[in-house]
Design a protein around this ligand. Structure first.
Ligand code: ADP
Ligand code: MG
Length: 353
């Protein structure tokens, strides 16, 4: 078993705070993702787990044992480098054997491990090929196999598939998810791609400038973001953040341009958040609950359509299924169910729904 935990860990480089008071527990067998923009501290966390860096404060634990003073080799955590790191002049099999041969493991043992791991990763049929003759997904599996023969307590991956093109990324992340489930090993994964994070992670941590802002399942964070910052990181198009004013026991959204029947709340609400998929767009007619809003642009994307609308003084994006008959400059009425509204205080933190 391998549970990896940080207790109030901080790390600076000169005057730069790379990680500030970070606490989390990655459970055994978990696919755990660190997600945040560039320079938010993701790689620093991996280097601290590996033991390539020492924390300035706090404690790192593997299976409950403090490892701050334990060498990287003794920690036995494997970093799976990008598929680019395969040796080009060696076959897949030679690549996988390499870490064992280097440690002078007996030949019979190496063959047994290679057999076992290529079975598990479904790469037996490609073992004779050099990396150049493998697809991106195959190369990734070979890179994982090479880390796997060492039998580490956990795997770390730092943005492993960002170099691949979009189609290959989709293919590879499905593979990764499957492999992790089949292996039943702890996998700590770093990405700056929100869709990738949401699609692979059992749980994820959201980083902002060295600070962990929220830890939960992707679904939990998407449905209950702890702040405007987190809310805007997940979801595409991103959440609409709109001004709101209390009025006679109700709340005006976007100056009253969006109808939210039954929306009530205290005066501490400064802004509300509406996911594009939660906004309903209807043709405006006399007697509608709101004044008309004007469609700014329409983007048909096949399965759904993004409709951008000028609502009061706000520009709002709505996601509509299929290809609705909505044109630029049309007058529409926007609405949203009160239960779908996210409420934020003036400091950007989420308020109870
Ligand atoms: P990410 O992986 O999310 O892009 P990093 O962990 O690499 O972020 O970096 C976090 C912060 O620490 C950044 O401000 C970065 O410039 C700084 N940093 C990281 N490594 C070093 C280093 N070796 N020397 C100086 N500053 C560093
Ligand atoms: Mg990085």
């Amino acid at each position: 078993m391998a549970e990896i935990a940080f207790r109030n860990v901080s790390k600076r480089y000169g005057g730069t705070v790379a990680l500030s008071d970070a606490s989390f527990t990655v459970e055994d067998n978990e696919f755990f993702c660190f997600f945040g923009p560039p320079l938010s501290g993701k790689s620093t966390i991996l280097r601290l787990i590996l033991g390539l860096e020492t924390p300035d404060a706090g404690e790192i634990l593997i299976d409950g044992r403090p490892v701050n003073r334990v060498s990287p080799a003794e920690r036995n955590v494997a970093m799976v480098f990008q598929n680019l790191a395969l040796f080009p002049h060696m076959s897949a099999a030679e690549n996988i054997r390499f870490p064992l041969a280097e440690r002078r493991v007996p030949e019979a043992e190496i063959t047994r491990k290679l057999d076992q791991v290529s079975e598990k990763l479904h790469i037996r049929h490609i073992l004779h090929k050099p990396p150049a003759q493998l697809s991106g997904g195959e190369r990734q599996r070979v890179a994982i196999a090479r880390a796997l023969v060492r039998d580490p307590v956990a795997y770390l991956m730092d943005d492993p598939i960002s170099a691949l093109d979009a189609r290959l990324r989709e293919e590879t992340r499905v593979e990764l998810k499957r492999i992790q489930r089949e292996l039943g090993k702890t996998l700590i994964y770093v990405t700056h791609d929100q869709e990738e994070a949401m699609s692979v992670a059992d749980r994820m941590a959201i980083l902002e400038a060295g600070t962990i802002r929220q830890i939960d399942t992707p679904r939990g964070i998407y449905d209950r973001p702890a702040s405007v910052y987190v809310a805007r990181l997940l979801g595409s198009p991103m959440m609409n953040i709109l001004p709101s004013q209390p009025r006679a026991g109700a709340i005006d959204v976007a100056g009253g341009a969006i109808a939210v029947p039954g929306l009530a709340g205290g005066g501490e609400i400064a802004e509300v958040g509406l996911r594009p998929e939660d906004i309903k767009v209807a043709a405006w007619s006399e007697g509608a609950a709101t004044p008309p809003s004007k469609v700014y642009e329409v983007e048909p994307l096949g399965g759904y359509t993004v409709v951008t609308v000028d609502a009061g003084s706000s520009r709002v994006r709505a996601l509509v299924r299929g290809q609705p008959d909505i044109r630029p400059d049309a007058m529409v009425a926007l609405s949203c169910e009160a239960a779908r509204v996210h409420r934020f205080a003036s400091d950007g933190s989420a308020l109870q729904r």
